[in-house]
Design a binder for this molecule. Structure first.
Ligand SMILES: Cc1cc2nc3c(=O)[nH]c(=O)nc-3n(C[C@H](O)[C@H](O)[C@H](O)COP(=O)(O)OP(=O)(O)OC[C@H]3O[C@@H](n4cnc5c(N)ncnc54)[C@H](O)[C@@H]3O)c2cc1C
Length: 806
């Protein structure tokens, strides 16, 4: 085949991920795409996969990806003419304890919103679906009827064929050996048989994704793990029987178990003796294709034995075939889908450890993002820029080993694992730890979640836990006295220069403030969808200080830098690691601060939403009078090294006022009481400012800004974010619960919790617009119980902001 010299998109890698992306780009009309594969299609991880496609997975958004794959694969043969051997046998995920059952109930809730079939069934029904299963220790199971398994090679070939039939190009036996930037912003993709200039390049290189990313000076936080499954000799009981048992997934044996034709198949996620693929040889060699590793049955034996205890009929027949192949894994177990940090027109479509189940959906939603600027689902948790320089090889390996080991372990809400930590800490890390701080990890940062003053540890679960009152006491300290919080992880940018004002007015929906003012500003895509949320302070005519979520540091940096126009006189500096942040909140915060500064903190001279550079305890501090929790207070941004002395000074003075540490659990309940929506849960790429119900932060009378026309041209809104009160019992909505009107699913909870100041269970929900009016009533399904909910017309706590204005 004559090689193309130019293409709109070049995809590197012809496994499930690359082929699905090619198909979905072509389906969406983008056929000027070339997929380059160094060997045969499917010759990486894809060909040796067991081909299972479960509906149940760890997160709501990932479940949408799985659900789409499970809709697509049964139709692929008819769509493309390529056999895929789809077996619609369904799946049974066993619950071996109450925590697992609680999680399955939670997933059952969002199955209604996503639309995949799922039931929680008892032992009798489990036995009916699989009469051979030993149900010892099992208390229930999730029965997901849309699950199945297919032939991974067939699925991948079908997607590639479908793409080719639509006009896309596939090049086999061609290795990409380099990728070079061109001044035009395009890429030159160099192969052994010549070069192609590409408008966009996608890294879909599976186990080689790290090497391909390194070609452009980037990285992909991936460790490749060895994983086994075994196939037995034919099982007599299956020979006598038509039909197929559902795929079993079981934490007791840390395995998946299914029927393969008339044989048994068992795949094991061992907990010890894990093996990185290619470890002895360092990185995989380019020549590796269709490669399997030597079996290590001893390593997986303890789990295999348990799998056989579950299915004794497999124990009688002996093992016929063992597969031990490589799977790419990321530190958090989610795929890498989206732009590579710091680069233009370079995308990631890799890092999936369930690439057969996820391939279909990953291809669909990434294609939407690439072609239309946004996907229709929330892509935040898949964005490769959730990892930064902190995710070095050691960190990635530690996290991946943990993730692999815990494939079938049910993590409870709030539960975090120690692997790879701590990575990024504020100078107060140890000091707060000695005061009982329990940390959570975000973008590598250790951030205070809550303080254990009596040595207790959190008993994780969906219901209100043993730290409910502890969080309540932190809230009370902030509400009645004064609290202090280390929020050093905030992403921080200095934006300056003669063009800074015009630049920010163009990229933000809100108008920039006068000098000394602070505004909440949203970054919108040209299509009007929400990309980011920043607090912008104007320190001088041409000098701004922007803050955004810790997890958004690289995303927002890229968004700002990529929005610059040629010749624009604007300097954007990421100063995240230069400044620490202490938040001082509560009615006595002024008294505390006043003791340590000569600056006039009176309400007339230092008003709410104003900022000043002042000295506190002899340290230069950017003091921002702003609050995310609805109390009087200041954020104190100071040079990182001065944080300990600043904290000590505030604590010493604060003692007279009953100062207390507080953490992000308390912040979360207070921001919900204040009806403050959060980036990534309420504010996502799925919606625009009107759907987010944030009209006061969009200035339509301002000169043009990115996203203005699209927001204005908005068709009738299909849904809206609303603030609701929930009649909960001992379990609050936390995000992911379906909202029901009679038997219709009319929305989803985006976040929620108990408001300790108002003594109410509260939440945000995304609901059909007809249910958005204040006073509308519906129900929220929490742990299988329908709880009444009512839309509030104003913030549950202090709707007039009186407490922040005093
Ligand atoms: C034993 C086993 C069982 C599994 N079972 C399941 C399962 O039941 N369900 C499930 O969902 N997942 C399963 N998986 C995981 C699944 O196989 C992977 O997640 C998936 O195949 C990854 O697809 P991919 O397209 O990202 O990578 P790959 O399939 O590895 O594709 C990447 C391709 O890129 C090519 N390439 C790399 N570098 C270059 C270059 N420089 N130039 C050109 N081409 C290049 C490679 O040759 C390769 O073909 C299993 C894995 C194993 C090992």
């Amino acid at each position: 085949m004559e090689m193309k010299t130019h293409a709109r998109v070049v995809i590197v890698g012809g496994g499930m991920m690359g082929a699905s992306l090619l198909y979905h780009l072509a389906l969406d009309g983008c056929t000027d795409c070339v997929l380059i594969e160094k060997n045969e299609l499917t010759s990486g991880s894809t060909w040796h996969a067991a081909g299972q496609c479960p509906s149940i997975t760890g997160s709501y958004n990932l479940a949408k990806i799985h659900a789409y794959s499970n809709q697509l694969y049964p139709q692929l043969e008819a769509l493309t003419g390529q056999a895929v051997s789809w077996h619609a046998c369904g799946g049974l995920r066993l619950a071996n304890d109450a925590h697992e059952l609680a999680w399955l109930r939670f997933v059952h809730g969002y199955s209604k919103s996503i639309g995949f079939r799922m039931e929680i069934v008892g032992l009798e029904e489990i036995k009916r679906l699989n009469p051979f299963l030993t149900t010892e220790g099992v208390i229930a199971a999730a029965w997901t009827q849309d699950d199945g398994h297919g032939d991974p090679s067939g699925l991948c070939q079908a997607l590639a064929k479908g793409a080719r039939d639509l006009g896309a190009t596939v090049m086999r036996h061609t290795r990409v050996i380099d990728i070079r930037p061109r001044p035009s912003g395009e890429w030159e993709v160099v192969t052994g048989s010549g070069s192609i200039v590409a408008g966009m390049v996608v890294n879909a290189a599976g186990c080689y994704a790290r090497q391909v990313a390194q070609m452009v000076g980037s990285d992909a936080p991936i460790t490749n793990m060895q994983h086994h499954y075994v196939v037995t000799h034919p099982v007599p009981a299956f020979l006598e029987r038509s039909g197929e048992i559902p795929v079993i997934r079981d934490s007791y044996s840390s395995s998946y178990i299914r029927q393969e034709q008339k044989s048994g198949l068992m795949g094991v996620y061992e907990n010890t003796g894990l093996q990185e693929a290619w470890t002895p040889r360092g990185h995989p060699e380019w020549e590796a294709s269709n490669e399997l590793f030597a079996d290590d049955l001893d390593r997986i034996a303890p789990w295999l034995e348990r799998a056989i205890l579950r299915m004794p009929i497999f124990g009688d027949v002996g093992i016929r075939r063992v597969i031990n192949g490589a799977i790419p894994h990321t530190p958090d177990g989610a795929p890498l889908l989206g732009p590579a940090a710091g680069l233009r027109n370079f995308w990631m479509c890799c890092g999936t450890s369930f690439g057969i189940a996820q391939g279909g959906g990953c291809g669909k939603y990434l294609a939407q993002w690439m072609l239309h600027g946004d996907a229709e689902i929330n892509m935040t948790e898949f964005d490769p820029r959730r990892f930064g320089a902190f995710a070095d090889s050691r960190y990635v390996r530690d996290k991946v080993f943990q993730d692999y080991r815990q494939t079938y372990v049910t993590r409870r809400p709030g539960e975090e694992e120690p692997a790879g930590r701590p990575r990024k800490v504020s100078p107060l890390y140890r000091r707060l730890e000695t005061q009982g701080c329990v940390y959570g990890e975000t973008f590598g940062w250790e951030r205070p979640k809550w303080f254990s003053l009596d040595g207790r540890t959190e008993q994780y679960g969906y219901a209100r836990s043993n730290i409910f009152d502890v969080v309540g006491a932190e809230v009370a300290a902030v509400h009645e006295r004064v609290g202090i919080l280390d929020l050093t992880g905030f992403a921080k940018y200095d934006i300056s220069g003669p063009g800074a004002l015009a630049f920010l007015d163009r990229v933000c929906a809100n108008r920039m403030p006068r000098v000394g003012g602070i505004v909440l500003a949203h970054l919108l895509s040209p299509g009007g969808r929400i990309q980011g949320e920043m607090t912008v302070t104007r320190l001088g005519e041409d000098k701004f200080y922007a803050l955004s979520a810790a997890a958004a540091e690289l995303r927002d940096r890229d968004w700002l830098l990529h929005s610059l126009q040629p010749g624009e006189a604007v300097r954007i500096e990421n100063v995240t690691e230069e400044r620490g942040v202490l938040v001082l909140s509560g009615p006595r915060s002024r008294d505390v601060l006043r003791s340590l500064t000569d600056a006039d903190l009176g309400n007339e001279s230092f008003r709410w939403l104003r900022a000043r550079e002042i000295e506190v305890a002899g340290q230069p501090v950017r003091a921002l009078r702003v609050s995310y929790i609805g109390e009087l207070g200041w954020e104190l941004h100071a040079p990182m090294q001065s944080l300990p002395s600043l904290y000590d000074a505030l604590w010493d003075v604060g003692r007279d006022y009953g100062i207390a540490n507080y953490g992000l659990y308390a912040v979360n309940t207070m921001r919900i009481e204040k009806c403050y929506k959060a980036w990534s849960s309420e504010l996502t790429n799925e919606l625009n400012m009107l759907e987010a119900d944030l009209p006061r932060f969009i200035q339509f009378d301002k000169e043009d800004f990115v996203g203005k026309a699209a927001t204005r041209a908005q068709r009738p809104r299909p849904f809206q974010i609303v603030h609701v009160e929930v009649a909960a019992t001992d379990t609050d909505a936390r995000g992911g619960e379906p909202v029901l009107s009679q038997d219709r699913c009319i929305g989803l909870i985006t976040s929620g919790g108990y408001g300790h100041r108002v003594k109410k269970s509260l939440a945000f929900a995304s609901v059909d617009t007809e249910f958005a009016a204040p006073g509308s009533r519906f129900e929220v399904l929490i742990q299988g119980e329908r709880r009444p909910a009512t839309v509030l017309g104003a913030a549950a706590f202090d709707p007039d902001n009186l407490r922040m204005r005093v």
